[in-house]
Each structure stands twice: as structure tokens, then as C-alpha cells.
Design a protein around this ligand. Structure first.
Ligand SMILES: Nc1ncnc2c1ncn2[C@@H]1O[C@H](COP(=O)(O)OP(=O)(O)O)[C@@H](O)[C@H]1O
Ligand SMILES: [Mg+2]
Length: 263
């Protein structure tokens, strides 16, 4: 972690519907529960919907923050779930598409603002779908880039395209891979292996396999019912799997969740 700012962990995939928002959200809660001061930024600039996932009525004022009208503290919405640590959400109001056509300069400004965000120790960035300029420039500014893919065959080509772009843009930093919605560990491993094989032969790069998140219908049900998965199903295997990813992303399970923790 750099002393100057938070550790930026970006979640992308190239493809929509792979579970980026779910994993970003679950990672934000997991790092908060480990004692980190966490900001979750919904940078799915056209289709911001994290607040819908959370059943929140507010999602913050990301457009105002980028424009310099709203200070960070006022631009965030607190996410508080009983029995869990709080984290903050920075998003555009859901359904407004307010940042859908943000230009490069705007996205670069957002990246710099997040890199130097005061107070927070971790910023999770939900990159949204696509491999456009917004996605790649935010990914290029991150400390960790996580590619979320599923066993779906089309996810392979999209994950490959995403990794290729990040490599090119960063001059060789290889994103890690998480396989989401896997039926079994073996299926997840096969999925990751297929990506690794393509990346090795065509990109001369080996993405690290960070782990998998099992397919869990309760993830879908909780979203449909607008209830918190942490309350509806605290033992969800998908949630435990995401918690298991934190270690490889610099989370420290032994760290004491305390006020005035080291910075
Ligand atoms: N591990 C999982 N098991 C089952 N359903 C999942 C899982 N992860 C995500 N989903 C569901 O898949 C859909 C797409 O997830 P979402 O996080 O919105 O994807 P993205 O942000 O990549 O478009 C949602 O209905 C979500 O609840
Ligand atoms: Mg999403």
C-alpha cells in the first residue's frame, strides 16, 4: 500500500453480467470487516446500479465530486449492515446515466481523485462492462486489477480482450483472474486455465488465478428481493469465497478492526 493514498482495487471483465458489481460489493464489505476504511466507487459510468444491488435509496453524487462541486464526504452514501463494518459508496444516482459520455479528461480526473482520496485505505472500483477508454484508464491507475469471468464461453474472449488492453495500457502489468458463478472448483480451474493458456501463447503473460466464487442462487434472490445478502444468508458460500479473495489482494485477516489504526 502506498503511503500517499489508498490501495486501489479495480474489478473489470470486458463483459456485462459476470458479477463484477456483486464481487465489488462483497469485497468492499469484506475489506471493511477486516478493519480497512473502504470506499466503493461505482465507475460503471453509464449504468450505475450498485445502490440497486444494495436496496439503497441514495447512492451519492459522483458527478458532483468529479466536477469539484461536492466534497468527497458529502458525495458518498454510507452502507451499513447490521453486524458488519460500515463502508462508503460513491456512485452516480442509479438510472440517470449522468456520466455515460464522460470524456477522457473526466475519467482521468476521477482516477487521480481516487488515487489520492483522503481517509480511505482501500478504494474498490467497479469498472463496469466494456473495454473503452474509461475502463482502461481507471484500470491503469489501480494497484490491483481483477478480471471477473464466468465459465460461459463468451466470457473467455471478453476476459482475454480486457487483459490484453490492460497489459497494453500499463506496459505489462497482468491482471489477476477470478472465476465467478462456477458450479465446482474443477470447472473454475478449467475456465481459468483456458484463459491462462491463451494469455501465455498470444500475450506472453500469465494472469494469476486468484480464486473462484461459486454459483449461488441466493445472490440472485437477494438482489431480486432487494434484501441484503449479508442478512438474508450470512453463510452464503459466495460471500465466504469473496472473503477468501482478500488475502491475495493485500487484506490482512489478523489486523485489528480499531479506530486510530495505522495508516
Ligand atoms: N456467484 C453468483 N452466483 C449466482 N448469481 C450471481 C453470482 N454473482 C452474480 N450473480 C448474479 O448475476 C447477475 C449479474 O451480476 P452483476 O454483479 O450485476 O454483474 P455485472 O456487474 O458484471 O454486470 C445478478 O443477478 C447477480 O445477482
Ligand atoms: Mg455491474
Amino acid at each position: 500500500m502506498s503511503l500517499a493514498g489508498p490501495r486501489l482495487t479495480a474489478i473489470g471483465s470486458g463483459k456485462g453480467g459476470t458479477g463484477k458489481t456483486f464481487i465489488a460489493l462483497a469485497l468492499a464489505q469484506a475489506f471493511a470487516d477486516l478493519g480497512e476504511r473502504v470506499l466503493l466507487c461505482d465507475a460503471d459510468l453509464g449504468l450505475s446500479n450498485t445502490s440497486v444491488h444494495l436496496g439503497l435509496s441514495t447512492s451519492g453524487d459522483l458527478p458532483g465530486y468529479i466536477a469539484g462541486r461536492t466534497p468527497l464526504k458529502a458525495a458518498t452514501a454510507a452502507v451499513e449492515t447490521e453486524g458488519h463494518a460500515k463502508f462508503d459508496l460513491l456512485a452516480a444516482p442509479a438510472g440517470t446515466g449522468l456520466l455515460a459520455d464522460a470524456d477522457n479528461a473526466t475519467v482521468e480526473r476521477l482516477a487521480q481523485l481516487l488515487r489520492h482520496a483522503p481517509y480511505y485505505e482501500r478504494v474498490i472500483v467497479d469498472l463496469g462492462a466494456g473495454i473503452g477508454d474509461a475502463v482502461t484508464s481507471l484500470a491503469a491507475n489501480a494497484d490491483d486489477v481483477v478480471t471477473v469471468m464466468t465459465p460461459d464461453p463468451t466470457a473467455l474472449t471478453d476476459a482475454y480482450a480486457f487483459i490484453k488492453l490492460v497489459l497494453k495500457r500499463t506496459g505489462g502489468r497482468v491482471p489477476g483472474v477470478v472465476v465467478n458463478m462456477a458450479a465446482t472448483a474443477a470447472e473454475a480451474k478449467r475456465t481459468a486455465d483456458a484463459l491462462t493458456a491463451s494469455a501465455r501463447s498470444f500475450l506472453k503473460a500469465t494472469p494469476a488465478y486468484l480464486g473462484f466464487v461459486p454459483s449461488d442462487m441466493r445472490v440472485v434472490e437477494a438482489l431480486r428481493r432487494q434484501t441484503s445478502l449479508w442478512l438474508a444468508c450470512p453463510k452464503s458460500p459466495a460471500l465466504s469465497a469473496v472473503m477468501g479473495l482478500t488475502g491475495l489482494l493485500g487484506g490482512q485477516p489478523t489486523r485489528v478492526a480499531a479506530t486510530g489504526s495505522m495508516r
